[in-house]
Each structure stands twice: as C-alpha cells, then as structure tokens.
Design a protein around this ligand. Structure first.
Ligand code: CAA
Length: 282
C-alpha cells in the first residue's frame, strides 16, 4: 500500500492524514470544500510543530510529511488511485452509506475501503457496496498521532486478507491494532460510553460536581482525563450518537443516554468544539 485517501478533514480525518503522511504514505485528503481542507491542513501543521518542538520529528521530516498530502474537493478523483480509503466523515449513518456507494463506484478494484466509524455497523456500511470482503473498520483514537490503538473491526463479510492487510498497515504506522467483531459499539465504545454516561448520571443526580467526578477518576483510577472532560473532548453529540447506537442495538435500558446529555446536545453545548460542555472553553 502506498497511496491512501482520507475522507473528511475534521479532528479524526486530519489526525489520520497526519499519521499516514508522517510514516511515508502519499495521502489524498478529501473534503467538501477547500476551506475545511485548509483548516485541516492548518491543524496538521500545528500538531507536527508540536512533534518538532519535542524533537520527535525534524524540520525535514515535517516538510516531507506535509508535501505528501494533496487536497481534493472531488471524491471521485481523490479516491481513484488509492490502495486504501479511510472514511472519517461525520458520524451519520446516511452520510456514510452515501459515501460508501460512491466509493463502490469510483475506488480502484481490489482496494480496501475502511471506515473510522466509532459505532456504526461495518456490516451495514459494507452492504451498500458490491465488495463487502474489502470493507473494514479502522477505528483510530483521538488524538490520532498520539494514541497507540487502532480498533480493527471485521464486518460480517470482511475477508481474512483485508483484515491481515489492515492489521499490518496499522503496525507500520507504529500503532497496536486489535481485531474485534462487528457488534454495537465494538469494544472501545461499548465500555467507554457507559462509563461516560454513568459519570453524567452522577452529575445529574447530584452525587458530585463536574470537577469532583473527574478528579475521582483521574487520581483514583489513573485516567489521563476525567470522564466529563473526555466527553467534552470527544464531543457530546458524538457521545449521544454512540449511546443511541448501543441503546437501539442491544435494546437494553442500561445504555439509555442520560437526560442531561440529551439536553446539553439539544442546547448546542457539544464540548470543546462548541466552546462549552461540562467545562467552558471560550
Ligand atoms: N498531535 C500530535 N501530538 C499531540 C497531539 C496531537 N493532536 N495532542 C497531544 N500531543 C502530544 C503532546 O505534544 C505531548 O507530547 P510528549 O508526550 O512528547 O510531551 C503528548 O501528546 C501529551 O500532550 P500534552 O502534554 O499536551 O497533554 P497531556 O499530557 O494532558 O495529554 C492527551 C493529552 C494525550 C490527549 C491525554 O490527555 C489523553 O490521553 N487523554 C485521553 C485521550 C483518550 O482517551 N482518547 C480516546 C478518546 S475516544 C476516541 O477517540 C474514540 C471514540 O470513538 C470516541
């Protein structure tokens, strides 16, 4: 694999593009408008600068990595030559299905089609293509250049060959891939989101305040961030969407999102990206 297309230049997409480019891959970064692409490139530049400042990358490696990224607003052209496409668009089922129908039409025969979805069924995504054996989940964690895990999700039709290719490629990015099967929330979010939801319930029921809840989990369990800060960092809208997938997928009330989370999302308090969530970022 040499040429990688990444669809979406938001938080996850730009982190994925950054990581592939840093490890020597040619990256086609695709988004709907040049403004979004420029914003993504700007973030990549700033994050690579952190690595240069820490001495983990040289100026030459920075220049080479940035030179490997080409931007596209046309999906058809951007994916045509790619050996692997990683879709990292908004966590919305209809949008992902639309993108995968287009990928089926335009991506090179035999190329791997991966989704960075955090909870949408890979089997359902693969079913809108005529090449389910080449479709797989490649779930990176935020911040992508830093976090070691890639959750590799096998859909019902994903082949052993596609899985082996993606496991190997993830290792070449310095990551530790873990293979999991395609059930709601996979492993990462099946475990993480109920914890975050429980932290929100603890706040909602007045057990303790925001900082107290986060301090308990940071200092008591050695988590790098408390669950409420982490929810802000992930995006409260994303947390709600994932909890709804778990709730609907298992039909079990234990996954029902806390009413406080629902209210905050309805009010547009989506965490870091909106300037306010459990904490204020303005
Ligand atoms: N790009 C490159 N480097 C970055 C970076 C980025 N976007 N963000 C942070 N870094 C680097 C910093 O330069 C620093 O490098 P050194 O270790 O070499 O000094 C290192 O990462 C740590 O950063 P900071 O010192 O700024 O801050 P920190 O020590 O508080 O760590 C953190 C920041 C890594 C984000 C840490 O708080 C953490 O691990 N938080 C939890 C992250 C987490 O749980 N992520 C998973 C979320 S769930 C998800 O993504 C999937 C989903 O489906 C919802």
């Amino acid at each position: 694999m040499n040429k990688i297309a990444v669809i979406g230049s938001g938080t996850m997409g730009n982190g994925i593009a950054h990581t592939f480019a840093q490890f020597g891959y040619e990256v086609n970064l695709i988004d709907v408008c040049q403004e979004a692409l420029n914003k993504g490139l700007n973030t990549i530049g700033k994050n690579i600068d952190r690595q240069v400042a820490k001495g983990t990358l040289t100026e030459e490696e920075k220049t080479a990595a940035l030179r490997r990224i080409t931007t596209f607003t046309d999906l058809k052209t951007g994916v045509a030559e790619a050996d692997l496409t990683v879709e990292a668009a908004t966590e919305n089922l209809e949008l992902k299905l639309k993108i995968f129908r287009e990928l089926d039409a335009y991506a090179k025969a035999g190329s791997v089609l991966a989704s960075n979805t955090s909870s949408i069924s890979i089997t359902q995504i693969a079913a809108v293509t005529s090449r389910g054996s080449n479709v797989i989940g490649m779930h990176f964690m935020n911040p992508v250049p830093v976090m070691k895990l890639v959750e590799v999700i096998r859909g019902y039709a994903t082949s052993d060959e596609t899985t082996a290719l993606v496991m190997e490629l993830s290792r070449k990015l310095g990551k530790a891939p873990v293979e999991v099967n395609d059930y709601p929330g996979f492993v990462a979010n099946r475990i993480l989101m109920p914890m975050i939801n429980e932290a929100i319930f603890s706040l909602y029921e007045g057990v303790a305040g925001v900082e107290e809840i986060d301090t308990v989990m940071k200092l008591g369990m050695a988590h790098p961030m408390g669950p409420l800060q982490l929810a802000d960092f992930i995006g409260l809208d994303v947390c709600l969407a994932i909890l709804n997938v778990l709730y609907k997928g298992f039909g079990n009330p234990k996954y029902a999102p806390c009413p406080l989370l629902v209210n905050m999302v309805m009010a547009g308090k989506n965490g870091v990206k909106s300037g306010e969530g459990f904490y204020d970022y303005a």
